[in-house]
Design a protein around this ligand. Sequence first.
Ligand code: RET
Length: 122
Amino acid sequence: PADFNGQWVMVTNENFEDIMKAIDIDFATRKIACHLTQTKVIVQNGDKFETKTLSTFRNYEVTKGLDNRTVQTLVTWDGDKLVAVQKGEKANRGWMQWIEGDLLHLEIHVEDKVCKQVFKKK
Ligand code: RET
């Protein structure tokens, strides 16, 4: 499989606010969160991943939700892309993550909203 190991610093973040709205993150949190430079720390061992999304404001570990909803997450490989399907109350929820050169791409989707994030290897 592809190698995602490392620290990745956000360079672009499109439509993140739409995603936060779609999972009902409150206004005050959204206003702060959409300006954060997020860092992703990934520890990968073959098919085993520990991914943390860090920021000066709040952190996120994939096993814990931000919106208190229960989702059933299934992550699979599509070639060298990681594809997550998150079954739950919100339709079409999940994300896709892949590497191009020294960039990490992450596309997050909920309902009809799509957020595109790009991170650069530190
Ligand atoms: C932050 C800041 C506080 C508010 C919100 C956040 C959202 C984090 C998200 C992370 C998704 C990570 C994924 C990782 C895949 O490997 C930045 C913690 C709402 C949505 C999909």
